[in-house]
Ligand binder design. Structure first.
Ligand code: NAI
Length: 685
C-alpha cells in the first residue's frame, strides 16, 4: 500500500496453490459497504494481484454478518450534483471492470448479506459460491432506494441468468438464498460452511467454463424479444407503483430495452440513468426512509439484554400470532389461554407460518418445538417477558395482572398489547408498576414491521430499553411513544379513516375515495383498510379517541357495525368480500375532484401528526415519520408526514386547513402546532 494514512479495508494471503485470498474487512465497521475509499483500495489490490498473476483469486469477507451489504448509502446523501454522482458510479464500474477482465479464475465466496454493490462485485467474478443457509441472501434491492444497479449489475446479470429472471430480481428488489440463486444460475455452487473454502479452491483449480444460461434464457435478451418483454415488465411494475412516484424500475427497463445487446453502452446508460435518479425527490426520500429505519434499529441496540423465554397470554388474533412470531425468531414460547381449544387454532396458524418461512421440515419441527400450548400458564415462572394480549378490557387485564405478578420472576417484564388503554389505568394493579410496558403490535403481526413501545408514567427506563431490545431481537422496529390515547399510529390514522367514512356517507363511492388515497401513494385506500382491520375495531378505537379529543364518530360506521357488517372478517363492510378480496364496484373518476378528496383525507392525518409532535407523543419529527411509514405504509417516496409538510410548505397546508374548516367544520381546525413549524429548523432536505 502506498498510502499508509488510509485505514486498510482489505488483507490478502496467498496459499500453497498460488491462489490469492482477498479478504474484505471494512475498518471500524460491523458491515462491509462499498464507498469511494473502499473501492479505491480494492482497485489498488486488484492492480497488484494482476501483476502477481496468481493461479486464481478468491474474494471473501471477514465480517460475521455477511459479504457486502451494498454501496455506502451515507455517501449518496453527500452527492451534490449529477457530475459527482457520475464520478462515483464510474469509479465503481471501472474497478469492477478491472476485476472482470482478470485473466485468471476469480471467485466470490459469499456468506450472509450480499446485496446491491456486493452482488455486483460478485457478478464481476467468473464464479460465485454461496453458503447454504437461510441467512445468506443475495439481491439487487436498489429500486427500494429509488435507484437501480449502477456498478454493472444489470449489464452482467441479464446475460448470466436471462432477461426475465434478472429483471424480476432487480425490479422487485427481492432477495434470494443460495439455493434459489443456484437454481437461476446466479451462483455456481451452494455449500455448507465447512466446505466453502474448498469449493472455491476447486473452482479455481478446475476452472470450468463460466455459467451459461439455457437457450430460452438467452433468447429473452434478444433484440426482437425485448420490446415485448419490456411491455410485460412495465405492466407488472405498474401494478405495484406508478412511474411518476417511483421512476427507477421504469428507467431500468428502458436501459435494458435499449442497450442489452451492447455491454459498454449499457454500462454508460446505467450510469447516466442513476445519476439522474439519485438526486430526484423519490430517491432522496427513500434514502431518508432507509435512515429512519436505521434510527429505529439503533434504538433497540442494547445487546446486554438476552431474554430467552417468552410467555404469551391470550391466544386470539394477536396473541397467537405474536407467540408464533417469537418462536420463529428463536425464542422459547409458552402460549396461554382459557382453554386448550382456544390455543389450537393459533398452533395451526403457527405451523402455516413456519412452513411458509422456513420451508425445510426439520426447521419447521424445531420451531414448533419452541412453541408450547400452555393453558395453565406454567410458563409464567420461567418467562423473561410475559406478553398479555387478552380482551381489551381494563378490569379483566388488571385482575389477570394481580394473579400473575406474584408468579413472575424478579426482573421479568410484563408487556401489554393493549391498543387503547393508557398504561396508568393498568399499572395500579401491580406491586411493581415499573415493570409494565406496552408492546403494541399491529395486525397482521408477520407483515407489520413496527411495534410501538408504550411508556407509561411508571414504566422504568430500563424496562423500556429492554422492550426495545427484545423488539429488535424478533426483527421488528421499536418506536417509543407516550401512553396517550391511541398512542401514535392509530391516533393519526383514525381521523383519516373517519374522513373517508364521512365522504362515503356524503355519497362519494368507496372506490373513488380509495383511488384518491392510493394516487397520493398510500398502499391501500382508507375504506378498504377499515374493512380489512375490522369495522368493530375501528369503531372501538374511534370511540375512545372521540371521547378524549372531543371528536365525532360518523353514524354510518356505527350503523354498519350494529348490522353486523364488520368488513373482511364478516364478508361485508363498506365492500363485499369474496375469497378474502374486496369486490370494488366499477366507479368512473370523471366528475369527481380527486384532489379535493385526497386533501380532505391527508390533511386530517397531517393535522393530527402536527398535534402529536406538539404534544410530544414521540420525541421528534423523524420518529413520527418512521412510525407512519412503517406502521401504516404512508407513501414512502414522500418521506413521512412531517417531511411531506416541510416539502410542500407548512404555511400553505395550514391555509388549506383553514379553508376546509370554513367549508366543512371544526374537525379541520388547524392545530396550534403548525405555528412552530413555520419557524422550526426542519427543512425538506
Ligand atoms: P381476541 O379476542 O382475538 O383474543 C383474545 C384472547 O384472549 C381470547 O382467545 C381469549 O380467550 C383470551 N383471554 C381473555 N381473557 C383471558 C384470560 N384471563 N386468560 C387467558 N386468556 C384470556 O383479541 P385480539 O384481537 O387478539 O386482541 C388482544 C389484545 O390485542 C387487545 O388488547 C387488543 O386491543 C390488542 N390489539 C388488537 C389488534 C387487532 O387488530 N385485533 C391490534 C393491536 C392490538
Amino acid at each position: 500500500m502506498d498510502d499508509t494514512t488510509v485505514p486498510a479495508h482489505f488483507n490478502t494471503e496467498t496459499d500453497d496453490d498460488n491462489i490469492v485470498w482477498l479478504h474484505i474487512d471494512k475498518a471500524g465497521a460491523g458491515t462491509n459497504v462499498l464507498g469511494t475509499e473502499v473501492l479505491k483500495e480494492l482497485d489498488r489490490h486488484l492492480k497488484e494481484i494482476a501483476a502477481q498473476n496468481p493461479r486464481g483469486l478468491v474474494i471473501l469477507s471477514d465480517k460475521k454478518k455477511g459479504f457486502i451489504a451494498g454501496a455506502d448509502i451515507e455517501e449518496f446523501t453527500r452527492i451534490r450534483n449529477k457530475t459527482e454522482a457520475l464520478e462515483l458510479i464510474h469509479l465503481g464500474q471501472s474497478v469492477f471492470n478491472r476485476l472482470a477482465e482478470l485473466s485468471f479464475p476469480t471467485v466470490a465466496l459469499i456468506h450472509g448479506f450480499c446485496l446491491g454493490g456486493g452482488t455486483e462485485l460478485s457478478l464481476a467474478c467468473r464464479y460465485r459460491v454461496a453458503r447454504d443457509d437461510p441467512g445468506t441472501r443475495l439481491g439487487l434491492p436498489e429500486v427500494r432506494l429509488g435507484i437501480h444497479p449502477g456498478f454493472g449489475g444489470s449489464v452482467r446479470l441479464t446475460p448470466l441468468v436471462g432477461g426475465i429472471k434478472a429483471m424480476d430480481l432487480m425490479l422487485t428488489g427481492r432477495t434470494i438464498d443460495g439455493r434459489q440463486a443456484k437454481r437461476i444460475g446466479l451462483v455456481d455452487v451452494v455449500s455448507p460452511e465447512r466446505h466453502l473454502r474448498s469449493a472455491a479452491r476447486r473452482l479455481v483449480l478446475d476452472a470450468p467454463p463460466a455459467h451459461r444460461p439455457v437457450l430460452a434464457d438467452r433468447l429473452s435478451n434478444h433484440a426482437l424479444v425485448r420490446p415485448l418483454l419490456a411491455r410485460v415488465f412495465r405492466k407488472q411494475v405498474a401494478k405495484r407503483v406508478s412511474e411518476q412516484h417511483y421512476p427507477a424500475p421504469y428507467a431500468l427497463i428502458d436501459v435494458w430495452l435499449k442497450h442489452a445487446n451492447h455491454p459498454t453502452r449499457m454500462l454508460e446508460a446505467e450510469a447516466q440513468s442513476i445519476a439522474g435518479l439519485i438526486k430526484g425527490i423519490t430517491a432522496r426520500n427513500l434514502i431518508r426512509v432507509f435512515f429512519l429505519q436505521e434510527k429505529l434499529k439503533e434504538l433497540g441496540k442494547d445487546s446486554a439484554y438476552q431474554p430467552k423465554y417468552v410467555h404469551v397470554i391470550g391466544a386470539g388474533t394477536m396473541g397467537g400470532d405474536i407467540a408464533a412470531w417469537c418462536a420463529l425468531r428463536g425464542f422459547h414460547v409458552s402460549l396461554q389461554d382459557q382453554a386448550p381449544k382456544r390455543i389450537a387454532p393459533a398452533m395451526q396458524r403457527a405451523h402455516k407460518l413456519f412452513k411458509r418461512k422456513l420451508k425445510r421440515p426439520l426447521k419447521i419441527t424445531t420451531a414448533m418445538d419452541r412453541l408450547l400450548p400452555d393453558h395453565r400458564g406454567a410458563g409464567i415462572e420461567r418467562a423473561d417477558i410475559v406478553i398479555e394480549a387478552i380482551f381489551e378490557d381494563a378490569e379483566v387485564k388488571r385482575s389477570l395482572y394481580r394473579e400473575i405478578e406474584p408468579r413472575m420472576k424478579p426482573g421479568a417484564i410484563l408487556a401489554t398489547n393493549t391498543s387503547s388503554i393508557p398504561l396508568e389505568e393498568l399499572s395500579g394493579a401491580l406491586q411493581q408498576p415499573e415493570r409494565l410496558v406496552g408492546l403494541h403490535f399491529f395486525n397482521p403481526v408477520a407483515l407489520m414491521q413496527l411495534v410501538e413501545i408504550v411508556n407509561g408514567s411508571s414504566t422504568s427506563e430500563e424496562v423500556s430499553r429492554k422492550a426495545m431490545a427484545f423488539t429488535r431481537q424478533i426483527d421488528r422496529l421499536p418506536l417509543p411513544v407516550t401512553s396517550t390515547p391511541g398512542f401514535l399510529v392509530n391516533r393519526i390514522l383514525m381521523p383519516y379513516l373517519m374522513e373517508a367514512v364521512v365522504l362515503e356517507s356524503e355519497g362519494t363511492p368507496a372506490a373513488i375515495i380509495d383511488t384518491a388515497a392510493t394516487r397520493f401513494g398510500m398502499p391501500m385506500g382508507p375504506v378498504e383498510l377499515a374493512d380489512t382491520v375490522g369495522l368493530d375495531i375501528c369503531l372501538h378505537v374511534a370511540e375512545i379517541l372521540a371521547e378524549h379529543f372531543n371528536a365525532e364518530v360518523p353514524e354510518r360506521l356505527k350503523a354498519l357495525v350494529a348490522d353486523g357488517h364488520l368488513g373482511k372478517k364478516s364478508g361485508r363492510g363498506f365492500y363485499t368480500f369474496r375469497k378474502g378480496k374486496a369486490v370494488k364496484p366499477k366507479a368512473s373518476t370523471s366528475g369527481w375532484n380527486l384532489d379535493d378528496i385526497t386533501n380532505r383525507l391527508i390533511l386530517r392525518m397531517l393535522n393530527e401528526a402536527v398535534c402529536c409532535v406538539r404534544e410530544g407523543v414521540v420525541s421528534d419529527q423523524e420518529l413520527l415519520d418512521a412510525g407512519l411509514v412503517f406502521g401504516t405504509g404512508f407513501a414512502p417516496f414522500r418521506g413521512g408526514p412531517m417531511h411531506h409538510i416541510h416539502s410542500v410548505g407548512a404555511e400553505m397546508l395550514r391555509k388549506e386547513l383553514e379553508n376546509l374548516e370554513q367549508l366543512r367544520g371544526k374537525r379541520f381546525a388547524p392545530d396550534p402546532g403548525w405555528e412552530t413549524l413555520f419557524t422550526s429548523g426542519e427543512t425538506a432536505e
